[in-house]
Design a protein around this ligand. Structure first.
Ligand code: NAD
Length: 316
């Protein structure tokens, strides 16, 4: 997990579809990067997206946003991979494995020709499987490749709890860990509102905080991506803002704790599988995976998620 100091805030976004271009847009208006290069097999569309972002926001951004090629991966501080097919209504993220794994292989072969340094953030789905493959193929130090993983799920849960407790989202702390998919686990035992255990907070407010209540929230978050896809065919704004938050930790040298996906090395008794756990994210990607105290039931569910994902990896 070693180090170097960041210098030029150059970001390559591979895949200029809905997710990739929304990330580039979010990075631009947050002024997180000096140079953002969009790379996609569809060159004309990529040119259009880059021009649209660059020309649409002269007052709000100062980055150079342009369409480029894989040679632009040289000297990037961060490479964000979003290339790949999205889910159709009714599909699970795991249904995307074969196609998106092929695309990732192709993308990694191209990146390897030019890669000099920088963290690699995976967004394409199924993100935990692709993190595992990209980590293996790139052969970089531990943590340099990471996936957005359950950070989006955690963010969705924060939103729901904030609404339920009538508090602002900043007061709510909760991590969802495991698979960015059906085997995701909210760590209720550590959830808090303004530092107070959530159970205690709800009691003081006269709000029910039962197992049933928690299950309703868990199911809502688990099905949130599918529900949005049913309504509008895709999700991209939520993931773009999450990816932008994570990019900030890398580009701004502003370490953040986030539930992102890396290949585990014995944490929580699990190794050799890509899953999300709360991690310190900084200039080198994931600098440390945190080993928190979880309730026994949460630990059991996490290990079951690991077994499920190992089963999936065996089919590749
Ligand atoms: N991790 C998350 O939380 C999350 C959330 C939303 C979407 N996603 C995933 O992000 C991915 C992209 O979704 P989208 O809505 O932007 O899809 P999209 O179809 O709009 O864009 C995908 C882009 O990838 C490009 N592409 C395909 N093969 C390529 C290759 N070999 N090299 C470079 N580019 C290539 C396509 O030309 C296209 O522009 C999907 O896998 C989707 O499931 C992940």
């Amino acid at each position: 997990m070693g180090g170097y100091i960041i210098s030029n805030r150059k970001v390559a976004v591979i895949g200029a579809g809905f997710v990739g271009s929304s990330i580039a847009y979010a990075l631009t208006i947050r002024k997180l990067a000096r140079e953002i290069v969009l790379i996609d097999i569809d060159k004309e569309k990529t040119e259009g997206e880059a021009l649209d972002i660059q020309h649409g926001i002269p007052e709000l951004g100062d980055a150079v946003v342009r369409a480029g090629g894989y040679e632009d991966c040289a000297d990037c501080d961060l490479i964000i991979i979003t290339a790949g097919r999205n889910r159709k209504p009714g599909e699970s993220r795991l249904d995307l494995i074969t196609g998106n794994s092929q695309i990732l292989k192709n993308v990694v072969e191209q990146i390897q020709k030019y890669y000099t340094r920088g963290a690699i953030m995976l967004v394409s789905n199924p993100v935990d499987v692709l993190v595992y493959q990209c980590t293996r193929w790139m052969g970089l130090p531990d943590g340099r490749v990471f996936g957005t993983g359950c950070e989006l799920d955690s963010s969705r849960m924060v939103r729901l709890i904030a609404d339920y407790t009538n508090r602002d989202t900043e007061a709510v702390k909760i991590s969802i860990v495991g698979e960015h998919g059906d085997a995701q686990i909210p760590i209720w035992s550590r959830a808090s509102i303004d530092g107070m255990p959530i159970q205690e907070y709800c009691e003081t407010q006269g709000l029910p905080w039962t197992k049933e209540q928690r299950e309703v929230l868990t199911e809502q978050v688990r099905g949130m991506g599918a529900a949005i896809i049913k309504n509008k065919g895709r999700t991209h704004y939520g993931i773009a803002t999450c990816a932008c938050y994570l990019a900030g930790a890398v580009l701004d040298q502003r370490p953040a704790i986030a539930s992102v996906s890396t290949v585990l090395r014995g944490e929580y008794g699990v190794s050799d599988v890509g899953l999300s756990v709360p991690s310190i994210l900084g200039v080198n990607g994931v600098e440390k995976r945190l080993e928190e105290e979880w309730a026994q039931e949460e630990l059991t569910l996490f290990r079951q998620a690991a077994d499920k994902m190992k089963g999936v990896l065996k089919t590749l």
